[in-house]
Design a protein. Structure first.
Length: 439
């Protein structure tokens, strides 16, 4: 990764310049129905189709001018570049989490690119004929439905969550569930060693010796709305203790321009697992969200953190109220339109989970038709729909024309990807955005 300007994320809408993604692959194939609950999936995905849908998203990002980095490429480069002791530390931590420390020496003997694939795709015992028999392995053979010595990481496609770019640094998160714990290790390692100059880190919660309740934070809960204030969801995946640590130990001391951190207290429910499942910013003064929560405050409260003061509940204030207090004129586009039935349906299928490529240029799944209609009919967006059946040359021409439009909602096939419970924002981790109003 050629990185000359480091991390630069001071808004949700500045033109996307560098972004990290992951195309789903063999790690999806290595997942069966017996692991669905453990790995946080609702169904088994068709890996080939999910990969093709992801390719459409990447094509849109690149045609809009973003440099797109594949996380497994960064991991491979990092493993080649890193000293042996750093690789050994990574392998030890991964094996500790997998409870099969005995395979660590075998992993260390692998060629570095092969090791990178194993850390993501997983490994079967049949691929490790020299692996010793251990009690943990015997136990697994008796109780498990698979033959995995090293489980895969099927959620890695959601690159938004393990590491969180804020301003000029990256906060390393601790995933709330064991199934995703390896992701923080892999992404942090990749960002540290893929470059000649390591990514600057802001705040780390990867600490296996402390109780998980004090160290869970995921990137889907963090919205960098401006350099003056952030929104952070206190959700199923992010704990209040970690939000306070991030704010008071890392953000306020380092950034004098940061005035407030607003904390959105959300239900601990899978349907609204992160803040960005119910709210994303799509242009200056324009947000896309689940109206019952964001506009009417149903099942949601807002608190505020300021430097050197205690947390304070903002009684009677909604998220939309807070955004208007900070930004002035703000509009909310209701996900699913005005019909409560479709609001619920399309929130579930990631209709509020847009990623902003540039001010007014956003990405959504095509299936969220009521949301898209509301964007186009009421807010001046033009839909540019891409499908797997469309001709590549025609797609390129349509994307080229769309760049000149004021407001565009790019929509792409996502029937398979959406079954994994994440949209375009979930699948992108910005490293650099433009900082000027029109950048």
């Amino acid at each position: 990764m050629n990185d000359t300007d480091g991390v630069r994320v001071f808004s949700e809408v500045g033109r996307l310049q560098r972004v990290v993604v992951h195309r789903p692959g063999p790690e999806i194939v290595h997942m069966t129905q017996y692991e669905l609950e453990r790995v946080l999936f609702d169904d088994i995905l068709a890996a080939d189709l999910a990969g093709l849908e992801h390719d459409l998203m990447r094509e849109i990002l690149e045609r809009e001018g973003a440099v797109v980095h594949e996380i497994t490429d960064l991991l491979r480069d990092a493993l080649v570049r890193a000293p042996d002791e750093a690789v050994a530390d990574l392998v030890d931590r991964v094996c500790d989490r997998a409870t099969h420390q005995a395979i660590a020496p075998i992993l260390m003997d692998m060629a570095r690119p092969e090791l990178g694939r194993a850390l993501v795709h997983g490994l079967f015992w049949s691929e490790l004929p020299k692996a010793p028999m251990t009690l943990a392995r015997i136990r697994q053979q008796m109780t498990a439905h698979d033959d995995m010595a090293l489980p895969p990481v099927p959620n890695l496609m959601f690159t938004r969550d393990p590491c969180i770019p804020i301003f000029d640094r990256v906060a390393v998160g601790r995933m709330a569930t064991d199934a995703r714990a390896r992701e923080s290790l892999l992404v942090r390692f990749a960002l540290t060693w893929a470059n000649e100059t390591p990514t600057p880190f802001l705040f780390e919660t990867v600490d296996w010796d402390r109780h998980p309740a004090f160290r869970a934070i995921e990137g889907g809960d963090v919205l960098v709305v401006s350099d003056r204030f952030l929104l952070i969801g206190c959700s199923e995946r992010t704990t209040p203790q970690t939000i306070e640590r991030l704010a008071h130990e890392a953000l306020f001391p380092r950034y004098p321009h940061l005035e407030r951190v607003y904390v959105v207290m959300m239900p601990a429910q899978r349907s609204v697992m992160h803040l960005d499942t119910v709210l994303t910013q799509i242009d200056h003064g324009l947000f896309l969200g689940h109206a019952p929560m964001i506009e009417r405050g149903e099942d949601v409260a807002v608190a505020v953190l300021r430097r050197d003061t205690e947390a304070r509940l903002l009684e009677g204030r909604t998220v939309l109220d807070v955004l208007r207090d900070e930004l002035g004129t703000v509009q909310l586009v209701p996900c699913g339109g005005t019909d409560p039935l479709f609001q619920r349906r399309e929130q579930w299928t990631d209709g509020a989970n847009a990623v902003c490529i540039a001010p007014g240029h956003i990405l959504l799944y095509s299936r969220n038709s009521r949301t898209i209609a509301t964007l186009c009919e009421d807010h001046g967006f033009e839909q540019v729909r891409l499908s797997l059946q469309s001709d590549p040359k025609e797609r390129a021409e349509r994307l080229s024309r769309a760049r000149g439009q004021a407001r565009v909602v790019y929509t792409f096939d996502g029937s398979e990807l959406s079954r994994a419970r994440g949209g375009a924002r979930c699948m992108t981790m910005p490293l650099q955005r433009g900082t000027t109003p029109t950048a």
